[in-house]
Design a protein around this ligand. Structure first.
Ligand code: UDP
Length: 358
């Protein structure tokens, strides 16, 4: 069996690493990796391949820094050529980026089967490019690998039971990754020596926040204030860095370069809690028994909000601060942690079994 895997962004490198590790153990499966180039700088790309032992991409498309339409269009064109050349049995796509959609669309037009990992997630906010990408990718896929029961339920509500598409809850590849790489966690080299005690881990990169000056200003104000109570460590995404500079907004927190996944695990394990607009980080918080304040108006990982582990705070400065202080004041680790929402850390094995036996 030959799989053509499409990746292009940081979270996809992490997810794909778990599957590539299993492929490496199988004699009858070949994986051809295509890196679209959506994330291209060293700290957002190369470090993951080096640290996580992901095989070097077979193809580098270098398609980046374009508008959504132009980026998706160019990827579609290039991936189509590669599918024709490689003639895979499956095109495997992850998550919800433009690379995901371009891969799924190129394959389905050539009648090559598509498998979507992280299927069924919904924010119910069609303004988000991620939501558009997920919904379309799910529709084009032959197998939908859902990470949770709620993702599977979303697909059922959309009528997928009446289609030929196969849907399965196999658990979350991010849990596979967190469990496997935990033992390899390493301290970020550029973390200042003063950050030894408890700290808050923050990430901000989502377009709905960075591209709205009012929201971004509120977030910056909240993090700056929070930093006066407890150090805030923020691995700064390059697009956020650029936008902050243009808007002349100053983040007075411990800013570090984006870190590799092994360093991220080090921070996740040691922080007091997390504030983030990332999808993946919300769950990783849970894997490491940490609360996460979600700097968005909605989330795809609703089960964590339902059990009280994560709290949606939006971009209201006061709410972000109030909820942060509540967590800081409470001594106990909430009993909400430890529920088995994301499977048994064997999602990658399930994916390969399903693809081989389809
Ligand atoms: N991450 C990382 N280094 C960083 C920030 C995030 O390795 O500096 C990891 C994080 O632990 C998670 C993934 O990248 O596994 C999430 O990526 P991102 O927040 O860019 O995307 P999203 O999950 O929102 O799609």
């Amino acid at each position: 069996m030959k799989i053509l895997t499409i990746i292009g962004a940081r979270p996809q490198f992490i997810k794909a690493a778990t599957v590539s590790r299993v492929v490496a153990e199988l004699d009858n499966v070949t994986e051809v990796i295509v890196h679209t180039g959506q994330h291209f700088d060293t700290n957002m790309s190369d470090v993951f391949f080096e640290e996580m032992g992901i095989p070097k991409p077979d193809y580098q498309l270098n398609i980046a820094s374009l508008s959504h339409g132009a980026m998706t269009g160019r990827m579609l064109e290039e991936i189509e050529k590669l599918i024709q050349k490689e003639t895979p049995d499956w095109v495997l796509v992850y998550g919800d980026t433009n690379s995901t959609l371009a891969g799924a669309l190129a394959a389905s037009k050539l009648h090559i089967k598509v498998a979507h990992v992280e299927a069924g997630l919904r924010s119910f906010n069609m303004q988000m490019p991620e939501e558009q990408n997920r919904i379309l990718t799910d529709r084009l896929s032959s197998i939908l690998f859902c990470p949770t029961e709620s993702a599977l339920a979303n697909l059922e509500k959309e009528g997928y039971k009446a289609t030929e598409t196969k849907m399965l809850n196999i658990g979350d590849v991010m849990l596979d990754a967190a469990k496997f790489y935990r033992a390899k966690a390493k301290k970020p080299t550029h973390l200042s020596e003063s950050i030894t005690q408890s700290f808050v881990l923050a990430t901000i990169h989502r377009a709905e926040n960075t591209d709205n000056i009012e929201k971004l200003t509120n977030i910056v104000n909240a993090l700056n204030k929070l930093h006066s109570y407890i150090p805030v460590v923020l691995p700064l995404h390059p697009r956020t860095r650029n936008i902050l500079a243009k808007a002349k907004l100053t983040l007075d927190v411990e800013i570090i370069e984006p870190v590799g996944y092994l360093e991220m695990i080090y921070l996740l394990e040691r922080c007091k809690f997390i504030t983030s607009d990332s999808g993946g980080v919300q769950k990783e918080a849970y894997f490491f028994n940490k609360h996460c304040l979600i700097i968005r108006e909605e989330t795809e990982w609703t089960e964590l909000v339902d059990v009280g582990a994560n709290i949606i705070v939006g971009t209201d400065t006061t709410k972000i601060l109030d909820e942060s202080l509540k967590i800081l004041r409470s001594e106990e680790i909430s009993s909400t942690f430890g529920q088995n929402f994301y499977g048994n850390a064997d999602a990658a094995e399930s994916i390969l079994n399903e693809l081989m036996n389809y």
